[in-house]
Design a protein around this ligand. Sequence first.
Ligand code: COA
Length: 260
Amino acid sequence: MVYQNLLIETRGPIQYIVINRESKLNALNKDTLYELHIALGDALHNKEVGGVIITGAGPKAFVAGADIAEFKGLDVNGARNLAHENQRNIFNVIENFSKPVVAAINGFALGGGLELAMACHIRIASDNAKMGLPEVTLGLIPGYGGTQRLTKLVGKSRAFEMILTAEMITAAEAYQLGLVNHVVSQDRLISKAEEIINKILKNAPLAVAAAITAINAAGDNATNGFDTEIVEFAKCFATADSKEGIAAFLAKRKPAFKGK
Ligand code: COA
């Protein structure tokens, strides 16, 4: 497959997946999500690949979220399908990947970008990175597992604050919350991610895969939570406020929400 929105490189046992839409801060549009699904399948089935590093192209963004332009005109059914299919085909696939997946967060990780990073097993951030789930500023909520994974990673009270205020946090704050495992300078980001994957690859692959399955099973009562998120995410698309939030972002103006 020739990728238009990803750069794929295999060096030794590591597969690098680089989200490559720098002019849109690597926002996840439909095509990119489809390519990501294919690339993950390839990495899973390729016996030469021991682990995966996901990062974003350029110095500014890991992924600045789902592509907001594609939310325009989405109705409740379309939104439900979007969230359901991408959760199942990408975000849950990463979480349950039998090989280690490390997010190298090289800049903004917002909305779907932070959700992508949170689906990975380990997160390394560069010191310029900023993270957040700003969906409520668009009249929406996270739809790719964010309400569930953030709550698991940082606890309910921090998740409430981050999601309800929509504020971004710095890499240093994310480290304090346990949201990222390490913070390094941007020039050391990939080598730090490689260092961790290489440590893991010294260990027994089947045991690593079993440990991933077992760790994911910890407190696994999330199935209903993910379903709830899909339903609530989709319902947002029936509101006038979501149309206003999306239109305002695209027109580069402040939204005027009416609670409808
Ligand atoms: N979807 C679609 N396009 C996006 C995007 C997204 N999530 N995030 C950024 N872009 C686009 C911008 O529209 C702009 O495109 P243009 O040059 O064609 O106008 C380009 O990427 C650069 O972004 P810009 O906003 O000009 O950069 P900035 O440095 O001023 O601000 C951010 C950076 C990350 C703060 C800002 O882009 C932003 O708030 N993005 C949306 C974040 C978000 O709400 N994500 C959750 C989506 S559910």
